[in-house]
Design a protein. Structure first.
Length: 56
């Protein structure tokens, strides 16, 4: 919140950080992180180790 008020006074643009916006941002970041972490791991789990190492 301190950063929001500092940016608001520096840019003379009203910036408001609400709990709803904070929760939405954190939820979106977690969803993206989980998806892009689990999806490649799932794809890798379907490969045979010899096939995966062949292209290294």
């Amino acid at each position: 919140w301190g950063l929001s008020s500092a940016a608001s006074s520096a840019a003379s643009i009203p910036m408001l950080v609400t709990w709803q916006n904070l929760l939405l941002s954190v939820s979106f970041a977690l969803l993206v992180g989980v998806f892009f972490g689990i999806y490649p791991a799932y794809r890798a789990s379907l490969l045979h180790p010899v096939e995966a190492l062949r292209y290294e």
